[in-house]
Design a protein around this ligand. Structure first.
Ligand code: HEC
Ligand code: HEC
Length: 437
């Protein structure tokens, strides 16, 4: 060892001692939370939201709730919801004890993580942005590509995904939570059985069925309070259903409170960076002999094939680069946007649509340049911010100001020539196809 090495080594020892002393002094410091608010503080926020845990959630059709949204073998009970809530915040569901559902679906961050892609065990990054779990149970399928059919099935996947929570198998997850003896009684009361993997999924889904947030200024406006949203937002609502054509995919009405058609469209988000033909060939190869849910989950979260979207589930040509129409509820507080978190503000989102998305051979027919003026863009954005539940009014206002300031500085997706049809997007499309790598 030369002198420098000795010095470095002793500095490392000193650093280690300081860290050890630090942890003794601040024994209550939470372990690595991957940037999420710590669980106790999140639970306080949750309590402050005063979410009703019995009955049909306000804003949801009672008949649909009973017949579609709540499965016969997992009716809502207070015991199931309480068990699901405890599991939701429990880091034992991850292999290294640092990640819970609430790490990536943080109550203080609109039940998402404010990252473009999520960070799981070992600080590993996935390929997709975490959608909010608010109202997620009202979708007809789960995930950006709909690869899980129900919230029950969805909840069981992140626990076993190597870069999310990383348990090697179901037994290891059940053993890890069983270290807490109170679970035995809770599972017994909830499902009349000992802790087991399927009931973990069921309980988590029961808890998620309480996370319904459909009480926004927009709803008050529709119910007849004409002052509930600003004149700018009212103009934005007209654009939403008219010139901007958002409503053709984001249906928003009493029977579709989320603002989604539950279908999958290529709106040209992935097309910015992908050679779809080459990727689709790889996708066909990877799913040739059939892929089960867990295999699809890994392809979606860990590989380049992620950008194929719905295609890896259906192998349909028209599903190449197609993703689920995301809900518009609470969209003010769930940035960044899109499956890859690539758009930071709602101005970026509208700029993307205004120029007709990113051209590619699989672009949805409903995506065309919109010719919206700057004033119209502002109005549409003002409208989108009225879709956030009133319980998050303060966060929504703060997010509006933050995004407004950011958009004043940079609008990376704005393209006036395309938006106002001074050039036609097929010119780019031809070059794009010829220029494939
Ligand atoms: C490491 C971060 C991470 C963890 C931990 C995590 N999720 Fe997610 N969650 C994501 C990402 C990323 C997606 C989107 C993945 C995709 O669509 O391919 C997602 C999707 C979802 C969806 C689908 C929502 C929709 O709109 O389709 C639900 C519901 C959900 N997660 C619930 C949970 C539950 C319950 C847990 C705990 C068992 C959990 N998540 C753990 C990151 C995470
Ligand atoms: C052809 C169908 C279609 C049309 C038309 C459409 N959308 Fe979308 N929207 C989608 C799909 C699909 C996604 C998810 C795409 C992705 O992540 O790759 C999406 C995502 C979004 C998101 C992101 C939500 C989030 O939480 O990440 C917002 C906001 C949005 N759309 C607003 C609008 C607005 C405003 C308009 C009208 C200007 C519009 N959409 C028109 C299909 C559509």
């Amino acid at each position: 060892m030369n002198k420098t090495q000795v010095r470095l080594a002793s500095a490392a020892v000193l650093g280690f001692l300081a860290a050890a002393a630090g942890s003794a002094l601040f024994a209550a410091t939470p372990p690595d939370t991957h940037g999420a608010l710590d669980a106790a503080a999140q639970q306080q926020r949750l309590d402050a939201l005063h979410i009703p845990t019995t009955g049909v959630p306000p804003g949801v059709d009672p008949v649909a709730w009973a017949s579609i949204y709540v499965p016969a073998d997992n009716q809502q009970t207070p015991e199931r919801i309480a068990l699901g809530r405890k599991l939701y915040f429990d880091t034992h569901l991850s292999r290294d004890g640092t990640v819970s559902c609430a790490t990536c679906h943080d109550v203080s961050r609109g039940f998402t993580d404010r990252r473009n892609v999520s960070e799981g065990v070992g600080d590993k990054l996935g390929r997709r942005s975490a959608p909010t779990v608010m109202n997620a149970v009202l979708f007809q399928t789960m995930f950006w590509d709909g690869r899980a059919p129900t919230p029950e099935e969805q909840a069981k996947l992140p626990i076993l995904n190597p870069i999310e929570m990383g348990h090697p198998d179901k037994a290891s997850a059940v053993a890890a939570i069983s270290a807490d003896p109170s679970y035995v009684g809770m599972f017994q009361k909830a499902y009349g059985r000992a802790p087991n993997y399927d009931d973990i999924g069921r309980a988590l889904a029961s808890f998620e069925r309480t996370l319904i947030f459909l009480d926004a200024p927009f709803d008050k406006y529709v119910a007849g309070d004409s002052n509930a949203i600003s004149p700018a937002a009212q103009r934005g609502l007209v654009l939403f259903g008219g010139k901007a054509r958002c409503v053709s995919c984001h249906m928003l009405n009493g029977s579709n409170p989320l603002g989604t058609d539950n279908l999958f469209h290529n709106i040209g988000v992935s097309a910015r960076t992908q050679n779809f033909e080459a990727l689709a060939r790889k996708g066909l190869e990877a799913t040739k002999s059939g892929a089960d849910e867990q295999a699809l989950d890994k392809l979606a979260l860990e590989t380049d094939l992620s950008e194929l979207g719905r295609f890896i589930t259906t192998r349909n040509r028209s599903d190449i680069g197609a993703f689920k129409t995301e809900q518009l509820r609470n969209v003010g507080i769930t940035a960044p946007y899109m499956h890859d978190g690539s758009l930071r503000t709602l101005w970026d989102v509208v700029d993307h649509y205004n120029k007709g998305g990113e051209t590619n051979p699989y672009l949805d027919g409903g995506i065309e340049p919109l010719n919206l003026s700057e004033a119209e863009i502002d109005d549409l954005v003002a409208f989108l911010f009225t879709l956030t539940d009133s319980r998050f009014a303060a966060e929504n206002t703060a997010a509006y100001q933050e995004q407004h300031a950011l958009a004043a500085k940079q609008r990376p997706f704005r393209d006036d020539a395309l938006a106002h049809r001074q050039v036609l997007p097929f010119e780019t499309r031809v070059v794009g196809a010829a220029g494939l790598k």
